[in-house]
Ligand binder design. Structure first.
Ligand SMILES: Cc1cc2nc3c(=O)[nH]c(=O)nc-3n(C[C@H](O)[C@H](O)[C@H](O)COP(=O)(O)O)c2cc1C
Length: 207
């Protein structure tokens, strides 16, 4: 099984969500051989002018061997080839960190991953399971949420635009709490995550 791991945390392997991703990877690899492609999107550049011109043009003769177009092609190929995608990310200012937004800009690309039709945008990729693992300093879900959440609705919408609708979100919230509270929180989310993997994908779709 090919797994694409999009790591959006500035803390990379030390991040709370990377720990969750490792639990997922371990579980899946107990059942089937996996190959993991890991992308550190915190170092992705923003899309360049060639890219911006090409997506706004109807002409097809762009040199796609350089700059953002080449990078975009590589990131899209990795996404297409993956059987399972894991995104690890902190919440930044109620939304995506800039590196993850840059990945979105590279892979959500007119004529490549979505078509523009008279009735709206139509996804061109096959659906696949995506786990989005979020970490936030405060609470953004449930009755005791005290801040807006533009992260989850945005990710849902933008992945749906390219045809990916099997997206599941798991969040470690309140990471500003005491060590014990965070540990307990991570343990609970890890259990929920593995139960979800078991019920929804391992038995039915992936193996
Ligand atoms: C630039 C920046 C913006 C942040 N914005 C938010 C926010 O809007 N809401 C929130 O709950 N936490 C926010 N945080 C806190 C992080 O989401 C939190 O520390 C998270 O647990 C980091 O995860 P990781 O380092 O384990 O990947 C922000 C942190 C940074 C650095």
């Amino acid at each position: 099984m090919k797994i694409l791991l999009i790591n959006s945390s500035s803390r990379q392997q030390a991040s709370s969500t990377y720990f969750l991703a490792q639990a997922l990877l371990k579980r899946v690899s107990m059942l089937t051989p996996v190959s993991v492609t890991e992308e550190n999107v915190t170092v992705l550049p923003q899309v360049d002018s060639e890219y911006s011109i090409s997506v706004a043009s109807t002409e097809q003769d762009y040199d796609e061997s350089k700059g953002s177009l080449a990078l975009s092609n590589r990131l899209i190929d990795d996404l297409i080839e993956a059987d399972l995608v894991i995104v690890t990310s902190p919440m930044h200012n109620f939304s995506l960190p800039s590196g993850l937004k840059s990945w979105v800009d590279h892979v959500v690309r007119a004529q490549k991953t979505f078509a523009i039709t008279p009735t709206g945008k139509r996804g061109l990729l096959d659906d696949k399971p995506v786990y989005v693992l979020i970490s936030s300093g405060g609470k953004f879900s449930g009755n005791d949420a005290y801040q807006p959440d533009f992260f989850t609705p945005y990710m849902k919408e933008v992945l749906s635009t390219i045809g990916i609708n099997s997206v599941s979100f798991f969040a470690i919230e309140s990471t500003v709490s005491s060590h014990d509270v965070i540990e307990n929180n991570i343990k609970l989310i890890r259990q929920k995550l593995l139960a979800h993997l078991e019920e929804n994908f391992i038995k039915t779709k992936l193996l």
